[in-house]
Write a protein that binds this ligand. Structure first.
Ligand code: NAD
Ligand code: IPM
Ligand code: MG
Length: 356
């Protein structure tokens, strides 16, 4: 039976990059009978425009029904003045929370053809393969209380709360340790336990979980040092497990090691392995609608979807190999240095689909 995929293009470059991901899926369907049916729904600013909500009820219903969801990106300056509760980013947070997508896998892998495009020297990044495991439905993004209040003095005060319960920490830690068992067997847990109680508990629970994975070596690092170590000697990391906010920041940082933020895919998984897949980058309003966006992060997110949610590991390998092939041929969108064939979003997508 055909598997149902819900496409959520979103805003800015979202529609352009998801169109190329769709092209790749259609090519897989046609050539290898991968068998997926695609449907599209609005989210983010597009959701607000269509239904007055950044996560329309119908979009959420379709997402629950689908076997997997592929999202482009949300947000843009035209929505920044909206009331907070209906801003595009709230739609993304809501779908993550509603679907229970606590486990965010963000692999930062350097394609050898892009070694010269990395922010770091080639010898520092050659062979780079890091997996950032970011907790996605807790922490300061969701903690209560939150808001902006007026103090007695008349001054206003913005406040958010960083909270992590033991069960939330335990399940993300288990995901990270299980991943490390399939990789180089090292987990680095990143926190701010020298200052934050939520991190103190995080460290304690991660230590406890580690006892169940004797084959995995655990280390801890404060987030400020981790940011520095990522750009100093990134290959020291195998799996990095961290909370929602730290993971958001560190994954953009890791992206630049791979040549561009346009190269980083992600999978957001629930307890049963159902997932939403999206590039790590945002809606890039500065280049939207100009055929300049790199669609590879979204196309590589399709590979993760095929592997984790659709049981099509071979097709996933094909997609990743096709990305390697087009880079080898020298195709580069403007965000990627090097190469000998400058291309736009569409030509890059067509090339990948053509090499499957
Ligand atoms: N998952 C998401 O939907 C998501 C993620 C991050 C930011 N956002 C939203 O996106 C909007 C813009 O945010 P931002 O500018 O801070 O981050 P961004 O990731 O959208 O862009 C940062 C920079 O990277 C470039 N870039 C991003 N993706 C690219 C791609 N595929 N190809 C080439 N260049 C690319 C952009 O042109 C820009 O210069 C905001 O509204 C933000 O909230 C959404
Ligand atoms: C747009 C925003 C809500 C989102 C996040 O902070 O999680 C984005 O930056 C990401 O990395 O997916
Ligand atoms: Mg981010």
């Amino acid at each position: 039976m055909a598997q149902k995929i819900l496409l959520l293009p979103g805003d800015g470059i979202g529609p352009e990059i998801t169109a190329e991901a769709r092209r790749v899926l259609e090519a897989l369907n046609k050539r290898y009978g991968v068998g997926c049916e695609m449907e599209t729904a609005p989210i983010g600013g597009a959701g607000y425009d269509a239904a007055g909500q950044p996560l329309p009820d119908e979009t959420l219903r379709l997402a629950r029904e689908a076997d997997a969801v592929l999202l482009g990106a949300v947000g843009g300056p035209q929505y920044d003045a909206l009331p907070r509760d209906v801003r595009p980013e709230r739609g993304l947070l809501a779908i993550r929370s509603e679907l229970g997508l606590f486990g965010n896998l963000r692999p930062a892998i350097l394609y050898p053809q892009l070694a010269g495009a990395s922010a770091l020297r080639e010898d520092v990044v050659a062979g780079l393969d890091i997996l950032i495991v970011r907790e996605l439905t807790g922490g300061i993004y969701f903690g209560q209380p939150r808001g902006i209040r007026t103090l007695d003095s008349g001054e206003r005060q913005g406040f958010n709360t960083e909270v992590y319960s033991e069960s939330e920490i335990e399940r993300i830690a288990r995901l990270a340790f299980a991943a490390a068992e399939q990789r180089q067997g090292r987990v680095c847990s990143v926190d701010k336990a020298n200052v934050l109680e939520s991190s103190e508990l995080w460290r304690e629970v991660v230590e406890r979980v580690a006892a169940d994975y004797p084959g995995v070596e655990l280390s801890h690092m404060y987030v400020d040092n981790a940011a520095m170590q990522l750009v100093r000697a990134p290959k020291q990391f195998d799996v990095v497990v961290t909370g929602n906010l730290f993971g958001d920041i560190l994954s953009d940082c890791a992206a630049q090691l791979t040549g561009s933020i346009g190269m980083l895919p992600s999978a957001s998984l629930d307890e049963h392995g159902k997932g939403l897949y999206e590039p790590v980058h945002g809606s890039a309003p500065d280049i939207a609608g100009q055929d300049k966006a790199n669609p590879l992060a979204t196309i590589l997110s399709v590979a993760m979807m095929l592997r984790y949610s659709l049981g099509a590991g071979e097709a996933a390998d094909r997609v990743e190999a096709a990305v390697g092939a087009v880079l080898e041929e020298g195709l580069r969108t403007p965000d990627l240095q090097g190469g000998n064939r400058p291309v736009g979003t569409r030509e890059m997508g067509e090339a990948v689909a053509g090499r499957l």
